[in-house]
Design a protein. Structure first.
Length: 397
């Protein structure tokens, strides 16, 4: 077959994130969504709503495999990621797996092992590596202008948390583990990338400080997030219709030591009025900090000794991502398609994604066990080498 054969794509999960997969149908990628898998009774209606047209809908992964699919986007709730992606990988279907790759380090390891054994291509959707703000910070770090990195801090103001994470399955720890997986996996991965290393030890604190006080609950299994989200849902304690189970924390503090002894801290709050991420990276010759994380923001770099100065020595405008991470989504889907065709290396390989899950899972264990210090386990060398080598196998034709 020619290298430009049109790829047959399946979308697993017709939820709020499924419209993201439409980017795969851009003409230059030569791929088409031909099947959606979702057992929900409203799946066909959701496909029309999210994907804009009628596409055949099946209920099981076995039916996806039987449909001669080239690749699949796994866009289902986090707790289903491991079993679904493993079934696809076992069948030789290339997988785009939305982050976090799993909600436990054990399940994340299972995924790595199956992709390695079957030699089926695996890609994990850490799209923040393609965001303009992250690229700008990474460029500053790799340029050496702030010296050797010694500390990284990230504050995540999750202003829409009540709607985004406390009115559906995310609020149930049996399905999400904690929001250090769903939300923190992005930031942990970015801090690893900026720090040039992975976490070796982690400790954390966290608590249910607000949303657990709200007694108004509802079953929203027939709704997608867009149907109940509103900026008018404020202040947080006035929220209505939270998930029937709310047992995840809404406030987190995590401390990490990297293998190269960079110290990193991550804090996350789910009821701030504003919604953005603020990173600070400190080196031996300066520091950087972002103000805003989308189009119109700026990354500031100080390299001269001074007292307080709002004006930095270097200011880099953030250009792109004006609609959240839409720009990054387009780039990451193009990278995925080119990767499975054998044309490209990938920025965030599955080892990066595994490390983000490991820290999120172990931090959660720590905060629920008196902030016990947790050590990240080591992966087998065969897996490290395989994924470092870009899963070097015969590319898809």
């Amino acid at each position: 077959m020619g290298s430009q054969r049109r790829l047959r794509v399946a979308v697993i999960g017709a939820g709020a994130r499924s419209s993201f997969a439409l980017e795969v149908e851009r003409a230059e990628l030569n791929a088409q969504i031909v099947l959606v898998c979702d057992p929900h009774p409203l799946a066909k209606q959701r496909v029309r709503q999210q994907l804009g047209r009628d596409i055949p809908v099946v209920k099981t992964i076995a039916e996806v495999v039987d449909a001669d699919i080239d690749c699949a986007f796994v866009l289902t709730p986090d707790y289903t990621h491991a079993d679904i992606s493993i079934a696809l990988l076992e069948a030789g279907v290339a997988v785009y797996l939305e982050k976090p790759m799993a909600i436990s380090v054990e399940d994340a390891t299972r995924i790595l092992e199956v992709a390695y054994r079957t030699r089926t291509r695996l890609y994990v959707g850490h799209n923040m590596r393609h965001m303009a703000v992250v690229r700008a910070m990474r460029d500053v770090v790799t340029s050496g202008v702030i010296g050797d990195i010694k500390a990284i801090w990230c504050r995540h103001f999750v202003g829409n948390g009540g709607d985004y994470y406390f009115k559906d399955w995310h609020a149930d720890r049996s399905k999400s583990n904690s929001l250090l997986l769903q939300k923190g996996a992005h930031d942990i991965d970015v801090m690893h990338w900026l720090g040039g290393s992975y976490t070796k030890a982690v400790t954390a604190m966290g608590q249910q400080s607000l949303y657990s006080q709200i007694e108004d609950r509802a079953d929203r299994s027939d709704q997608l997030m867009g149907e109940f989200f509103s900026l008018e849902n404020w202040p947080p304690l006035s929220q209505k219709g939270l998930n029937e189970i709310v047992d995840v924390e809404d406030l987190y503090t995590v401390n990490m030591r990297f293998n190269n002894d960079v110290l990193a801290s991550y804090v996350q709050c789910h009821y701030t009025p504003d919604y953005w991420r603020n990173y600070t990276v400190i080196g031996t010759a300066g520091r950087l900090e972002n103000f805003g994380d989308s189009d119109g923001g700026v990354v500031k770099v100080w390299t001269q000794r001074t007292t307080y100065s709002a004006k930095a020595d270097l200011e880099i405008p953030i250009v792109g991502d004006e609609r959240g991470h839409n720009d990054a989504d387009r780039k990451i889907i193009a990278e995925f398609i080119n990767f499975i065709r054998g044309r490209a290396s990938i920025d965030a390989n599955p080892i990066n994604a595994w490390n983000a899950v490991a820290v999120g899972d172990l931090a959660t264990q720590s905060l629920r066990n008196n902030s016990e210090l947790k050590t990240v386990p080591e992966l087998p060398e065969k897996l490290l080498q395989y994924y470092a080598n870009n899963q070097a196998i015969s590319p898809m034709r």
